[in-house]
Structures are given as structure tokens and as C-alpha cells.
Design a protein around this ligand. Structure first.
Ligand SMILES: NC(=O)c1ccc[n+]([C@@H]2O[C@H](COP(=O)([O-])OP(=O)(O)OC[C@H]3O[C@@H](n4cnc5c(N)ncnc54)[C@H](OP(=O)(O)O)[C@@H]3O)[C@@H](O)[C@H]2O)c1
Length: 242
């Protein structure tokens, strides 16, 4: 029986993945900070759920302990994150600490607390980096560094935890979500960013759900680990036509 924990389950991507996995018959545990949205999604799916804060190690450990009560964890998805856009001159030490806590350290702690259970469940871990991990964008100093660290973390853990546990990464480009909302509030700017993708639109949560499901399922992706997979409308490696 699947036992898949989704951290950041009330985000745009986390929600889409939770619905897809639930519709396919998996048992999902929703870990999220936002109370009202977590309760609403949990009652829609009839799913187990609890709150956590990525800055609070004990709350991450408690999620793993709670989720493990249903049996070994077969999947762990860390869909927590942020987009902090500031030029270097405005970035503080706290900005780096917060960005790393949300994107890297929290994920590493969740996997650490879950590692015995993941090994027992021959589990699959999915992390999210960004197109900004491998391509330069102005004002992305903190988030670009953190997302590159997500990829480094995934490669190290994919090696360390093999062959029992697989660890893969999806690298999105700009996707309609809470964190992207400030960048997309201006229609002209949103259209301009959409046009910078060879597939000329922004991402949606649903663009990630089927791939996440495939990566969770060892029958479909059992020989995939350490993969960093762009889901980015082509923006990471292609140039747009004129
Ligand atoms: N959206 C994009 O353009 C984009 C681009 C590249 C990479 N990504 C990555 O894709 C993943 C999913 O993001 P998304 O697109 O679904 O964005 P989203 O809708 O903004 O979701 C982000 C999630 O992170 C959670 N979160 C933020 N701070 C937290 C904290 N301190 N403790 C616990 N949870 C916290 C949010 O919780 P609340 O629901 O409580 O706010 C939310 O559920 C993230 O890793 C993100 O960095 C997204």
C-alpha cells in the first residue's frame, strides 16, 4: 500500500500532485502550513493531514512520525519553497538562511527523519529545484543558490540511499502559484514571461502531477534515480523563435 507524504500540500504543485495520487488510489498524507486550505483539501480527499513549519525541525519530525503510523513511507515529496527576488546588494544573511531553510534544509531533515521508513518502503523522494538552478537570472542570488543546492542534495542522497531509496528532482520554470503571484499581478509582465518560453505559456500545478506520479511508482520509474528533470516549457535549454 502506498503511503506518500507531501510537504507543501496546499501549494499549487503540491495540491495537483495530491489530487492525482489520490485519484490513482494512493494514500496521501498532507503536510501543510496553511490551516484552512489544508483542512479543505484533506476533507475533499479524505486524506490524513497535519501542520508543520519548514523552520521548525520538531514539526517536520512529527509529520514523519504520524505518517509512519500507516506503515512504511513509500514516497516523500518536498513541494515547499519560495521565490525571493532581490539583487545582491539587498540580500541579507537572514534572506539566505530563510531561503535555504525552506528549500534545502527542511527537505534534508524530512528525508533524514524518514530514512529508515523510506528504506523499509523502498521509497521514492521527489524534490523541486528551478530553472534558476542552472541558468542565470538577475536578482536570483539566494533562490538560485538554494535551488542549485537542492540538486546537489538530491545527487548526494540518491547515491547514499541507493539501492533502497530513489531520489529525483523536477526543475520548474515560472508556474502560476502563490509564490509567483507578485510576479504575475501585472498582465503585460505575465504575458512577457510566458512568451519567453518556447512553449508560450506559464506552468500550472497540473503540468507536474503525472510526472510526480510516475516518479512515485517503482513499476514506472524503478530504474530512475538522481535525475533532474526540467518541466519548464523548454525555457531551460531552448531559445525562443524570433
Ligand atoms: N511556482 C513557481 O514559479 C516555481 C518555479 C520554480 C520552482 N518552484 C518550486 O516548486 C515547488 C512548489 O511550489 P508551488 O509552485 O506549488 O508554489 P506555492 O503554491 O507558492 O507553494 C509553496 C508551498 O510552500 C509552502 N511554504 C512556504 N513557506 C513555508 C513554511 N515556512 N513552512 C511550511 N510550508 C511553507 C506554502 O505553504 P502555504 O500554503 O501555507 O503558503 C506552499 O504550500 C517549490 O519548491 C518551489 O520552489 C516553483
Amino acid at each position: 500500500m502506498d503511503n506518500i507524504v507531501i510537504f507543501g500540500a496546499t501549494g499549487a504543485i503540491g495540491q495537483s500532485i495530491a489530487r492525482q495520487l489520490h485519484n490513482e488510489g494512493a494514500s496521501v498524507f498532507l503536510a501543510a502550513r496553511h490551516e484552512a486550505e489544508r483542512h479543505s483539501l484533506a476533507s475533499e480527499l479524505g486524506a490524513r493531514h497535519a501542520s508543520f513549519d519548514a523552520h521548525d525541525e520538531a514539526s517536520i519530525a512529527a509529520i514523519i512520525e504520524e505518517a509512519t503510523k500507516a506503515g512504511p513511507i513509500t514516497g516523500l515529496i518536498w513541494a515547499v519553497g519560495s521565490i525571493l527576488l532581490k539583487p545582491l546588494g539587498k540580500l541579507t544573511k537572514d534572506d539566505f538562511a530563510t531561503t535555504f531553510a525552506l528549500n534545502v534544509t527542511g527537505a534534508a531533515l524530512a528525508i533524514r527523519y524518514a530514512s529508515d521508513s523510506l528504506k523499509a518502503g523502498k521509497g521514492s523522494v521527489l524534490l523541486f529545484s528551478s530553472v534558476a538552478a542552472s541558468q542565470g537570472f538577475a536578482a536570483h542570488g539566494a533562490i538560485g543558490a538554494a535551488k542549485a543546492a537542492v540538486e546537489g542534495l538530491a545527487l548526494a542522497l540518491a547515491t547514499e540511499m541507493a539501492p533502497d531509496v530513489r531520489v529525483n528532482v523536477i526543475a520548474p520554470s515560472l508556474t502560476r502559484s502563490k509564490m509567483a503571484a507578485p510576479l504575475l499581478s501585472n498582465d503585460i509582465m505575465a504575458k512577457g514571461i510566458a512568451q519567453s518560453h518556447p512553449i508560450r505559456r506559464l506552468g500550472t500545478g497540473d503540468d507536474f502531477a503525472s510526472l510526480a506520479s510516475l516518479l512515485m511508482n517503482p513499476e514506472h520509474s524503478g530504474w530512475m534515480t538522481g535525475a533532474i528533470i526540467p518541466v519548464d516549457g523548454g525555457r531551460g535549454v531552448l531559445r525562443t523563435k524570433g
